[in-house]
Design a protein around this ligand. Structure first.
Ligand code: IPE
Ligand code: IPE
Ligand code: MG
Length: 224
């Protein structure tokens, strides 16, 4: 049986869910928060150590301003209401991606990271303004700047995910089979599960089915 240390999730399908049920993409994002809470709970139950959630990509800035503002308001509310509870549950929050948001959001993110820094139960990596290609370019530039050798270890060490083991499982909800610039380096040997359900419809049972399926996979890493 494979042990699960790290699950990464592309939480896709909020907009379509919102249009279908409430005639509003934004209300789909709001509903998506409930799934986030369920999956965090379930990850703790399953003793998973790292949960990486793709919340906003570098490409998502192309969206209408109204939707972007709504998303960041949701994030702000989510953190303001949940962070002390996370802290009590020994959840550590780490942002992966460039923190160049409003002053208020940057401060809140930094405060949340600092408050939960020493927590050990579950580490949530929140991918915000995250893009894998720019992350890799940044890593190569850091290697050059520090006059280091280009090798796999050094490339990994200058990514946002330094010291975090590569994901065992990637889940993408929303019935789309692509990576959308997410963790291109880190996913080299990850088992990938594309889920038809939209993110707000995804539940603990769907999650457990995937975790159980993963446990039985024969991971070869090139061997036989
Ligand atoms: C994913 O849901 C959440 C974010 C990108 C913030 P989408 O908003 O992409 O939902 P769909 O794919 O349009 O339904
Ligand atoms: C990926 O979803 C990004 C997040 C879930 C945050 P998108 O909906 O932005 O991906 P594309 O644009 O359909 O590839
Ligand atoms: Mg989408």
């Amino acid at each position: 049986m494979n042990h699960i240390k790290h699950v990464a999730i592309i939480m896709d399908g909020n907009g379509r869910w919102g249009i279908k049920h409430k005639n509003s993409r934004n209300l789909g994002h709001k509903e998506g928060i409930r799934t986030v809470e369920k999956i965090i709970k379930s990850s703790i139950k399953n003793k998973i150590k790292y949960l990486t959630l793709y919340a906003f990509s570098t490409e998502n800035w192309k969206r209408p301003k109204k939707e972007i503002n709504f998303l960041f308001n949701l994030l702000e509310n989510f953190l303001l209401t949940k962070i002390s509870q996370f802290n009590k549950q020994s959840i550590k929050l780490k942002v992966i991606g460039k923190k160049n948001f409003s002053k208020k959001i940057n401060l809140l993110l930094k405060k949340s990271e600092k408050m939960t820094l020493k927590n050990k139960k579950l580490q949530i990596n929140l991918a915000l303004n995250y893009g894998s290609k720019s992350e890799l370019v940044h890593s190569f530039n850091m290697i050059k700047k520090n006059k280091k050798t280009i090798n796999e270890k050094n490339i990994s060490n200058y990514l946002f995910t330094q010291n975090i083991p590569d994901p065992d499982i990637l889940i993408r909800t929303g019935n789309t089979q692509r990576l959308s610039n997410f963790l291109l380096w880190q996913l080299a040997y990850t088992e990938i599960f594309f889920e038809k359900k939209l993110w707000p419809d995804f539940n603990e049972n769907d999650y457990n089915l995937i975790l159980n399926k993963f446990k039985k996979i024969k991971r070869n890493y090139g061997n036989i």
